[in-house]
Ligand binder design. Sequence first.
Ligand SMILES: [Zn+2]
Length: 116
Amino acid sequence: MKNCKDVECMIIPYLNGQISERKMQKFIDHVMECPSCYEEMEIGYMATIGLERLEKGASINIEEEMKRMLEQSRKQIRLHTQIHRVSVLVNVGAMLGVAYTLIYQISIWCGFHMPF
Ligand SMILES: [Zn+2]
């Protein structure tokens, strides 16, 4: 698990959408568990997104919005992990298919029968 200092350095990049998903997962896991980093993130949120919003005269509910943001990031990470898993399976399947075809070809050329 990352320590608080590492996580604090990631707050602004996270809010700006500038960190990779791999880092984001560790970041979110930590922020959800660590009250002091969560607080740091609230400050960061206020200083970036919050300020922008207030300049436009819109209201802001930091607690609500941050929860939603973290939840959304989690969903995004989960979805991408699933897509990644499926694509790995497809690749393995395709490779097995190619290997089987190759062995089948060789078996025809060499005149032996496939045992499967
Ligand atoms: Zn922390």
